[in-house]
Design a protein around this ligand. Structure first.
Ligand code: ATP
Length: 302
């Protein structure tokens, strides 16, 4: 039996511009993603029967709910690859989950990207990167970026990924909430809050791109932004307190990642990141605190 194991990072959104809802129900996005070193691992073992199965081992939050049937997005990825390539084999997927579930860090999308790469290897289906990227876009808006990794601009509904010029390595602290937020619910709240107003087409702020080009952490901290902030705060008012604690610890910037509820803080260096982490843990405003570095590579065989 052939086995392949893939490590895949989480993402944060350095900016997230959200436009008016489209006819297909999606919102146009203008975002800059950064992959950070909080990794899930997906192991694929090819089998001779035609079953696609999954087990999930929760490393961080044992109470998180991740489906272990066909609703698991890694299983959907395996089915899509099999249907596309016509292979007849089955696969046992084993996910080691560290990325917070429903945390706005694209944990499910990460597993889908990893499953594509792992099954492609275990089945010997030999698809190249461009073909895997096409399948990734069918699976979800964030999945192509998790194949790509590094820093990248996301357009369309997030699935159109293009590289950005960037320097530097950044120290992040993530405050993970006890319970996740549904991405769908946060977008619905965004629509409710904006009802009757003209939502502009989203753009990536020039000052954020300039900060990344220069590798200037202070400027990057000042230019972090997220158009879903009010919607996430409306559903979880207590996140305002979490953001304040990080800012009181002199974080260079604070932002809700994606649709939340994870709040991320930019630190000047490793010591500063420890100070922010201790302030958050001490204040008891979140269930877990993670220190992370970015950017890192996307889904890779190990
Ligand atoms: P995003 O940042 O892309 O909006 P998220 O990080 O907020 O996503 P996920 O962790 O991807 O959220 O989980 C969203 C939901 O998807 C979960 O509530 C879970 O039920 C379901 N799900 C399906 N497959 C997976 C998976 N492999 N890992 C985690 N969640 C999964």
């Amino acid at each position: 039996m052939t086995t392949a194991t893939v490590r895949v990072p989480a993402k944060i959104n350095l900016c997230l511009g959200v436009g008016p809802v489209r006819d297909d129900g999606y919102h146009p996005l203008a975002t800059v993603y950064q992959a950070v070193d909080v990794h899930d691992e997906v192991k694929a073992t090819a089998t001779e029967d035609d079953e696609i199965s999954v087990t999930v081992h929760l490393e961080a939050d044992e109470s998180a709910e991740v489906p272990t049937d066909g609703d698991n997005i890694a299983v959907k990825a395996a089915h899509l690859l099999r249907d596309t390539t016509g292979t007849e084999a089955g696969v046992q997927l084993a996910i080691r989950k560290v990325i917070p579930v429903a945390g706005g860090m694209a944990g499910g999308s990460a597993d889908a990207a990893a499953a594509l790469v792992a099954c492609n290897e275990a089945w010997g289906t030999g698809l190249g990167r461009p073909e895997l990227e096409r399948l990734a876009a069918q699976l979800g808006s964030d999945v192509p970026f998790l194949l790509h990794g590094g820093n990248a601009m996301g357009g369309g509904r997030g699935e159109t990924v293009s590289p950005v010029l960037a320097r530097g390595s950044y120290y992040w602290v993530a405050a993970v909430a006890a319970t996740g937020l549904s991405t769908k619910a946060v977008y619905a709240e965004f629509d409710r809050l904006n009802e009757g107003s003209n939502v502009a087409q989203p753009e990536v702020p020039d000052d954020l791109l300039a900060a990344l080009r220069a590798g200037d952490a202070e400027a990057l901290g000042r230019s972090l932004s997220n158009d879903l902030t009010l919607a996430a705060l409306s559903l979880r008012p207590e996140l305002a307190g979490t953001l304040d604690i990080g800012l009181e610890a002199e974080a260079l910037g604070a932002v809700i990642s994606g649709s939340g509820p994870t709040c991320v803080f930019l630190a000047a260096d490793e010591n500063h990141s420890l100070d922010i982490a201790m302030a958050l843990a001490g204040a008891g405003v979140c269930a877990d605190v993670i220190q992370a570095r970015g950017p890192v590579a996307g889904a890779r065989l190990v």
